[in-house]
Design a protein around this ligand. Structure first.
Ligand code: PRT
Ligand code: ZN
Length: 213
């Protein structure tokens, strides 16, 4: 029997539905995974694990899962030894710097010495370093957008899609740090047989993407 490939997808959240839909569009029968850790496809050698998105790069590096679907923003922030195989065209957003709408913003240099709240300390640090700017980075795990309003930070770096969260919190987007989408990632040491299954999956994914364009 052919070896099954293990794929990790988000258990719930913004990428869950599109990830399941992509697999279904590929003709793979995925049973509903909410409140379940894993399920098996009956018509394709695939085992599906439902996990928190933040954990997916680590699981793929450790080969607990062979492949995964996760935002590029998470892949780059976690900086694990995994390979990005293919951008999937959903979960599009940007990681952006925002400041209070009333503040004058004159460029990245004006963030020198300022307090920046974010859930993406690694990406922010790299970005600021590349611009020669030193700032105080405060890592917070959620509701980053309220930090300036409560006096916790002078600026934030957070994911933006429509921009309405920033707007509602009196903030304005002033700089894009990274553009992101959901991506298929893989473990770096897959066997030849696993690579074969991945190629079959990839062939279908590319056909689905092509049909959408
Ligand atoms: O529970 P788990 O840890 O798995 O999920 P999570 O809460 O960490 O992540 P989740 O489900 O919110 O997001 C999963 C992925 O979706 C992210 O890592 C991104 O790759 C992608 N994505 C796309 C987004 C957005 N768009 C997005 N807009 N993730 C978050 N947001 C948030 C943003 O943080 C802000 O709070 O939406 C708000 C801004 O949206 P707008 O439309 O108001 O600009
Ligand atoms: Zn998360």
């Amino acid at each position: 029997m052919q070896q099954k490939l293990k794929i990790a997808i988000q258990k719930s959240g913004r990428l869950y539905e599109d990830s399941v839909k992509l697999l279904k569009d590929c003709g793979i029968d995925v049973k509903n995974g909410i409140n379940k850790l894993k399920t098996e496809a009956e018509n394709f050698p695939l085992e599906i694990y439902f996990l928190r998105d933040d954990d997916i790069p680590q699981y793929v590096e450790d080969a607990v899962a062979d492949i995964g679907i996760v935002g590029e923003n998470v892949v780059f922030e976690k900086n694990k030894k995994v390979q990005i195989v293919e951008g999937l065209g959903f979960g599009k957003c940007r990681l952006s710097i925002a400041v209070a709408r009333k503040d004058e913003y004159t460029g990245v240099a004006s963030l020198q010495g300022k307090r920046i709240a974010t859930s993406y300390p690694v990406l922010v640090e790299n970005f600021l370093q590349s611009k020669g700017v030193k700032a105080e980075i405060h890592e917070i795990s959620g509701s980053v957008e309220i930090a300036p309003g409560i006096g916790l930070a002078d600026a934030i770096v957070d994911l933006v899609s429509s921009g309405s969260t920033l707007f509602m919190n009196g903030l304005k987007e002033v700089e894009v740090v990274l553009k992101s989408q959901a991506a298929l990632i893989r473990n770096e040491n897959l066997s030849a047989e696993q690579m074969q299954v991945l190629e079959r999956l990839l062939f279908r994914i590319r056909a689905v993407k092509k049909a959408k364009n």
